[in-house]
Design a protein around this ligand. Structure first.
Ligand SMILES: CCCCC/C=C\C/C=C\C/C=C\C=C\C(=O)SCCNC(=O)CCNC(=O)[C@H](O)C(C)(C)COP(=O)(O)OP(=O)(O)OC[C@H]1O[C@@H](n2cnc3c(N)ncnc32)[C@H](O)[C@@H]1OP(=O)(O)O
Ligand SMILES: Cc1cc2nc3c(=O)[nH]c(=O)nc-3n(C[C@H](O)[C@H](O)[C@H](O)COP(=O)(O)OP(=O)(O)OC[C@H]3O[C@@H](n4cnc5c(N)ncnc54)[C@H](O)[C@@H]3O)c2cc1C
Length: 627
């Protein structure tokens, strides 16, 4: 039935003020208003249509992405959108594109690592999109090991230039988004060589393509690296390959905030730490944590609405069958994911604050919190992306067979999301960085350097004092266990930031109570999942473990009547969700049926290839037919 809200009875059950929860989710009344307006603007504009993506060939998909990016830019200019509104528009257009890396990495890298003068020269061009940038760090042979990069930048004092060169096949830049076909410029990372001495990896602004006809400049071999996981999905992005053959760039195109090369060929290090070369990664990891809650909430919204629509078994006296959301097994898989979406939202908010704080301190030459900020961004990036990728797949399974259809939106969401576990730092590699930070802290326990901030709790964990002398030995040998410790540390962060959120004033009828229920689910689910660790370390008794399990069941019952309203609070349009199973009105079956007929395979009743392959088979002519 068109126009009927099939989920109205669910919405009527809710015990809290959904509009107030929408503001909590958005972060502020202002953020809600902007997000609501821009999402509706995108949803109502046929220029941003995306329901045909999975049927396009790679070339068609790519061209369509270029069209959308240009159309989005025109909309931003025509409507005089602010930076905040423009970012929201790109978000709701919901298509991986070169613009993500231009705005998300190229510009932040110049801001973080460029001198004032360099920023003044390059940022206005980038902001107006008169140049399009990518972030060319990873090579064919090295991604995680940044110090192992082989591209060289050799200073030539005769011409006051750097010679950028790819000496081996494995030194080819490989993966950068936007590089393959679009970017005119790159921040390329290369091993700096001055006066014959290697000075570590640095960033350089390199023009790749002509601003007149887009052809690669002399000395550049550049192209796309090929199809990636999933049809459609991330294939809208032109991840690229690039080789430099003795390409010359002016000296002032080395990003020189952290260290400088003079025209006489002197290498000078500022008093800022070398790790600032990694600053763009700090920034992007923080945005990835914020984005995790969006991707997970999207999958959870689809699975929750569909679970309320779908009925299987349990009909009494010819009455309706049971909604699958009422099965305790469904609840025990779905509701912890719902709780995780909210938990990641709040930890993402906090990380944004932490990043702003560390940036302010860095500008004032206070580098004291940089290691903590690195550990938090790296650890939370790893934890939230792993949980989100796993969560999207679980949501697909929670939707049964229909979850496997592209029209459910879940396969594409998974395919686009899952590389987040790899890009911007492979997740295990990042956890090892957290472990290193934790072990460094443990080794300093008892000294005058007291742990503060997110590691202040360590002084309260007595047995850590006993193991502090052994932590510098056997790091590699124990690394698998240390990675688990790193995850536990990050989970503690997530739980404590959720609790801190609840200590704030939260307006709206029943909103705080709902969030308390979700926070308890998040924490108790972790305790339940890792009860072996808690029991074996004597942190809890078997009785506590059983109580936690009982409490979880009771909490699931409390969520049940509010489940639909809790996902409505994400305020996603049907356009953004891109899912028949998750559509707002719950009118799933007619929409699924209709969508099937739109598949290109259904354009003719008898398929292409019938006369060539099916008929000969049926007529037993197969031995004589030429295949
Ligand atoms: C709206 C905007 C959207 C933006 C885009 C959003 C989403 C993304 C969308 C699509 C994807 C697009 C782009 C993807 C881009 C990329 O993937 S870019 C490439 C990213 N590459 C990596 O992340 C590589 C990972 N490797 C590393 O980070 C380092 O090499 C590693 C830390 C693993 C090792 O470093 P190394 O120097 O070799 O060794 P150490 O372990 O000795 O470290 C030295 C010290 O430096 C500290 N440190 C390391 N990293 C940082 C950092 N980022 N910030 C601050 N400090 C750092 C480390 O802790 C050591 O300190 P100590 O010596 O212990 O004190
Ligand atoms: C979709 C996508 C977009 C990307 N975009 C960009 C971009 O715009 N710009 C850019 O520069 N790069 C980009 N990348 C590259 C990305 O940053 C790297 O792939 C990533 O950093 C992982 O590095 P790697 O591929 O070398 O993995 P590897 O390090 O080779 O990882 C392989 C395995 O080895 C393990 N491993 C590695 N080192 C260690 C260690 N020390 N201890 C224990 N285990 C270890 C890892 O855990 C993993 O299991 C992108 C990648 C993808 C998939």
């Amino acid at each position: 039935m068109e126009g009927v809200d099939h989920l109205a009875h669910e919405r009527n059950k809710s015990e809290f003020d959904v509009d107030a929860m929408k503001i909590v989710w958005a972060g502020s009344p202002h953020a809600f208003v902007v997000s609501d307006r821009i999402s509706k603007l995108v949803a109502s504009d046929p220029g941003f249509r995306k329901d045909n993506r999975s049927t396009l060939s790679r070339k068609e998909l790519f061209k369509n992405t270029l069209r959308k990016a240009a159309y989005a830019w025109k909309t931003i200019i025509d409507l005089h959108l602010s930076e905040e509104e423009a970012a929201k528009l790109r978000f709701y257009v919901d298509e991986p594109a070169f613009t993500d890396v231009h705005w998300g990495m190229f510009i932040p890298a110049i801001k973080g690592q460029g001198t004032e003068e360099q920023q003044q020269k390059w940022l206005p061009l980038a902001y107006k999109m008169q140049i399009i940038g990518c972030y060319a760090q990873t090579e064919l042979g090295h991604g995680s090991n940044v110090q192992g990069l082989e591209t060289t930048a050799t200073f030539d004092p005769q011409t006051d230039e750097f010679i950028i060169h790819s000496p081996t096949l494995t030194s080819s830049k490989w993966w950068p988004g936007g590089l393959g076909k679009v970017a005119t410029h790159a921040i390329a990372y290369a091993l700096l060589i001055v006066g014959g001495r290697e000075q570590g990896v640095h960033g350089f602004i390199v023009q790749l393509r002509s601003l007149e006809d887009h052809s690669p400049l002399p000395g550049m071999t550049v192209g796309d690296i090929g199809m990636k996981f999933g049809n459609g999905a991330y294939n809208a992005m032109d991840n690229g390959v690039l080789r430099f053959d003795h390409v010359r760039i002016p000296r002032n195109q080395m990003l020189m905030r952290v260290s400088q090369v003079t025209c006489e060929g002197k290498y000078k290090q500022s008093d800022v730490p070398r790790q600032l070369v990694y600053g763009a990664m700090l920034y992007v990891r923080q945005t990835i944590v914020a984005d995790a809650s969006c991707a997970l909430s999207r999958a959870v919204c689809i699975a929750t609405r569909y679970s309320a629509v779908r009925r299987q078994f349990g009909s009494q006296n010819g009455g309706p069958e049971t909604q699958v959301i009422d099965y305790k097994t469904q609840q025990s898989r779905l509701f912890p994911l719902l709780a995780s979406a909210y938990a990641f939202r709040f930890v993402g908010e906090w990380l944004k604050w932490l990043y702003a704080d560390v940036t302010q301190r860095l500008q004032a030459n206070d580098f004291s919190t940089l290691p903590e900020a690195h550990a938090c961004t790296a650890g939370l990036k790893s934890l939230t992306t792993t949980a989100t990728a796993d969560g999207i797949e679980e949501c697909r399974k929670l939707c049964g067979g229909h979850g496997y259809l592209c029209s459910s939106g879940l396969p594409e969401l998974f395919a686009v999301y899952v590389p987040a576990c790899t890009y911007e730092g492979e997740n295990t590699v990042l956890l090892l960085q957290v472990a290193r930070f934790l072990m460094k802290t443990v080794s300093q326990l008892g000294s005058s350097k007291k742990p503060v901030g997110t590691i202040a709790y360590m002084t309260r964990v007595e047995h850590l004092m006993q193991c502090r002398c052994g932590v510098q030995r056997g790091f590699a040998e124990l690394s698998a266990d240390l990675v688990e410790a790193a995850v536990a540390h990050c989970q503690l962060l997530v739980v404590s930031k959720f609790i801190e959120k609840l200590q704030q004033e939260i307006p709206g009828k029943g909103v705080k109570q709902q969030l308390e229920v979700l926070c308890n689910i998040y924490a108790l689910f972790l305790l339940h999942k890792h009860q072996g660790d808690f029991l074996s370390t004597g942190c809890i008794t078997p009785k506590h473990a059983a109580l936690a399990n009982d409490e979880l069941r009771s909490l699931y019952s409390q969520v049940r009547p509010n489940a639909i309203a809790l996902v409505d609070a994400f305020n996603y349009t049907d356009h953004y969700l891109g899912s028949i199973l998750g559509c707002y009105d719950g009118n799933v079956y007619p929409k699924l049926y209709e969508a099937a007929w739109k598949d290109p395979l259904n354009e003719s009743v008898v398929p292409d290839g019938y006369h060539q392959y099916i008929r000969p088979l049926l007529k037993q002519e197969i031995r004589t037919a030429r295949l």
